[in-house]
Design a binder for this molecule. Structure first.
Ligand code: GDP
Ligand code: IMO
Ligand code: MG
Length: 423
């Protein structure tokens, strides 16, 4: 048996989907444990492009059991559309299971996400407006609706009516929005329930049996360390725990069952949405990275903010996730920049900071300290062996390993599944 977790080490979009798709080949189960359809995981395989939001990235490999765990918030309409799109492309999805404990994203969550963002004005968080925050808020407030409720017609209707009595007051009286009809919501969602019913089950039990049978399990991270509710740049974060520890709660397995934690990073940094970003290049360099790496959101299409790789962040990610390996992407992209900068530490007032601070006020005073590297011009996308990489690429990668203290095991040199070097 082996269990691997693949998580994001930056602000998301590191290329987790690509590595999950690759590692899924040797896995029996692929499990999502946090977030919802705020995620957008791109996989390019055999010339086809897939953008997955809720369905685990193992789905492209026939015969793998894919699980949406209890820690995920599920928008059933979005899930049904995603399954249909996959089916239309010839991908079978009957091996997908959904936890009966996962919370349901309701229409009022999406309305509230939108209204809350609007009311924050210039302080908006830049959420994906998919209802993620309000759905997790209801979970902790203990008025959420779970998948096991969705398939219980009477109970579901009661819960929707009770919730909407309060939510409509908030929508109308606090935000001046338009009230929702409980009966319309019930009608719409009960149709979803009919479609998904056979796939909703106690996935924790399925997982435990798989572990007992010695199967290989892959946990698919969504979002990333610096978007984590506890460890990210709060409040510019998402509302779940995408760090490795989130697997235990979000899938329902004990920490003793975890073998490996792969931290995915880009050879630079990107962020979509608001919040601090010490190494951001809001200039021609950032524009160049965005165009070379095609940094536009998979979920919202927004241009991503771009900047240099920050090893202060990476050391923090290594620590809070207990990383056993690094998987770096876009090594092809960064090489094209001529000169590359790598942040080693920060300068704040007159001291050197090597650890990522909690306070955003302190972080705002941090100035990155950089080392400079030469780029590499040649096309490296078909290289399969580490030793064949240009010497400048090897220098950059080994300095990253040294500064982070974790070995690089996977190197991305292009979008495709095959553009990968296994070290
Ligand atoms: P995820 O959310 O972490 O799965 O990442 P996204 O799919 O949102 O964004 C990663 C983007 O980078 C996608 O467009 C990928 O196709 C692309 N990508 C991933 N790895 C590489 C790489 O090594 N080189 C290049 N050029 N593109 C890559
Ligand atoms: P993947 O899995 C990048 C960001 C949003 C916003 C903040 C809060 O593709 O890496 P939310 O809608 O979650 O309440 O928004 O989090 N965000 C992501 N950014 N990649 C993601 O997922 C993200 N999921 C959420 O842009 O800044
Ligand atoms: Mg993404």
């Amino acid at each position: 048996m082996s269990t691997k977790i693949v998580i994001g080490t930056q602000w998301g979009d590191e290329g987790k989907g690509k590595y999950i798709d690759i590692l899924a080949q040797n896995s029996d189960l692929v499990v999502r444990f946090s977030g919802g359809n705020n995620a957008g995981h791109t996989i390019v395989a055999n010339g086809n492009k897939y953008a997955l939001h809720l369905v685990p990235s193992g789905i492209l490999h026939p015969g793998k059991t894919c699980i949406i765990g209890n820690g995920v918030v599920v928008d059933p309409g979005v899930l049904i559309n995603e399954l249909k799109e996959l089916n239309d492309k010839g991908v079978k999805t009957n091996n997908l299971l959904i936890s009966d404990r996962a919370h349901v994203i309701m229409p009022y969550h999406k309305v509230l996400d939108e209204l809350q963002e609007k009311s924050r004005g210039s302080n908006s968080l830049g959420t994906t407006k998919r209802g993620i925050g309000p759905a997790y808020a209801d979970k902790t407030e203990r008025c959420g609706i779970r998948m096991c409720d969705l398939i219980n017609e009477k109970l579901f209707a009661e819960k929707v009516r009770a919730n909407l009595e309060i939510k409509n007051l908030i929508i109308e009286k606090v935000y001046g929005g338009e009230r929702l009809s409980a009966e319309k919501v019930i009608e719409e969602y009960l149709e979803y329930a009919k479609i998904l019913k056979n796939q909703i089950t106690d996935t924790n039990f399925v997982l435990f049996n798989a572990i007992s049978e010695g199967k290989n399990i892959l946990f698919e991270g969504a979002q990333a360390t610096f978007l984590d509710l506890d460890f990210g740049t709060y409040p510019f974060v998402t509302s779940s725990n995408p760090v490795a520890g989130g697997v235990c709660v979000g899938a329902g397995i004990g920490p003793t069952y975890i073998d490996d934690v792969y931290g995915v990073l880009k050879a630079y940094t990107s962020r979509v949405g608001a919040g601090p970003f010490p190494t951001e290049q809001d200039n021609e360099t950032g524009d160049k990275i965005r165009e070379l790496g095609w940094e536009y959101g998979t979920t919202t299409g927004r241009p991503r903010r771009c900047g240099w790789l920050d090893t202060v962040m990476m050391r923090y990610a290594a620590r809070v996730n207990g990383l056993t390996a690094l998987a770096i992407n876009h090594v092809d992209t960064i090489g094209k920049l001529g000169k590359i900068k790598l942040c080693t530490s920060y300068k704040k007032d007159n001291s050197i900071i090597t650890h990522f601070p909690a306070s955003l006020e302190d972080l705002a005073k941090c100035q990155p300290i950089y080392e400079e590297f030469d780029g590499w011009d040649e096309d490296i996308s078909n290289i399969k062996d580490y030793s064949a990489l240009p010497v400048n690429a090897k220098k950059y990668l080994s300095r990253i390993e040294e500064l982070v203290g974790v070995k690089i095991k996977l190197i991305g040199v292009g979008k495709e599944r095959d553009n990968t070097i296994v070290v």
